[in-house]
Ligand binder design. Sequence first.
Ligand code: 1CP
Length: 356
Amino acid sequence: MLKPTHPLNQGVTASSTLVRALRAQPVESTPVWFMRQAGRSLPEYRALRARHEMLEACLTPEVAAEITMQPVRRHKVDAAIFFSDIVIPLKLAGLAVEIRSGVGPIIANPVRTRKDLESLRLLQPEELEPITRAVELLVSELGPTPLIGFGGAPFTLASYLIEGGPSKDLPETRKMMRDPELFQAVLFWCADVTASFIRAQVVAGASALQVFDSWAGKLTPEEYRDHAKSASRRLFAQLEDLRDESSNSVPRVHFGLGADAILEDTLEVGATAIGVDHTSSLSEVGRRLPGVALQGNLDPEVLSSSWDDIEHAVGSVLDSAKNLAGHVFNLGHGVPKQTDPEVLTKIVQLIHQGKR
Ligand code: 1CP
């Protein structure tokens, strides 16, 4: 159960366009936010990060809250996404994690054997305090703007844990899939620590949550169903009781990159709304998943085109979304770091004006 001070419970964010659109309720204008809106493309982010290492920034509540606020202030997006990273639960659970600039997360002792698995432990509530504190600071500053809590899907998080860092082909992960029992136990552990991480954000005040399965598309649909799906179900099962005081669930978005073939599966595991990347068509996904709110799906590459082309591409996304039960405008994946921040601000204005 949520605390009584939760903004979704108090009705402060329940009437926001984000929460209503994710609940497939009518909205006066399409809500918009951008995956990876915090960071990278913003000069004010780079200035702050010059003084704080990535992990330190994530785990210092005032800094994490400030970085989360930056795109809200600048672009006037309809939601904030908590500034953190999918590997933070690993760090909080005592693993030696580093986030190397320009590379990504590095895990000093990758988990590859039963013995490695036995060395892992679950999170203690007090270990989540930096997260709770940052979210508390944020929700009081955000007022009516909802905060989205997030975490990595078990498969995506496990790929970092097993590989020890970013990897294109996931060779060690694929090797472990040949020991399905061990693979499942590793994914279940990832599901459990991520569930604690996401729950902490929602209980402290986030009004919606999103699970990122960025590497789901590296699996065939059969591999996903055989090796990854049950762990995602286990994660969502630990989030299903998060409800507001009217017993409405906290919206649960599931985003998979390159996941067109398994969108039904990503809903079935316990999501209430689906994030769609730019390789799928919103209108077609809408027909496949009737009644479900969708989020997406402007191709991030378009952001470096001329404004005329961007306007046209935004219009196409809105057209494709017009018969959906609910639509939250977003990119098909994260904001590329060379993006001109002005362009994002103008897209928000364009969508709020409802122009095509
Ligand atoms: O809007 C935001 O930026 C919110 C914060 C956020 C989120 C939602 C960060 C900060 N990371 C994430 C999620 C995340 N992290 C995902 C899922 C979403 C996605 O696919 O983009 C993944 C796969 C990661 C892992 C990760 N962390 C990578 C990718 C590495 C790879 O395999 O290619 C990287 C580069 C990081 C570091 C990171 N996390 C966040 C930032 C701003 C950075 C860059 C830090 C730096 O170099 O300065």
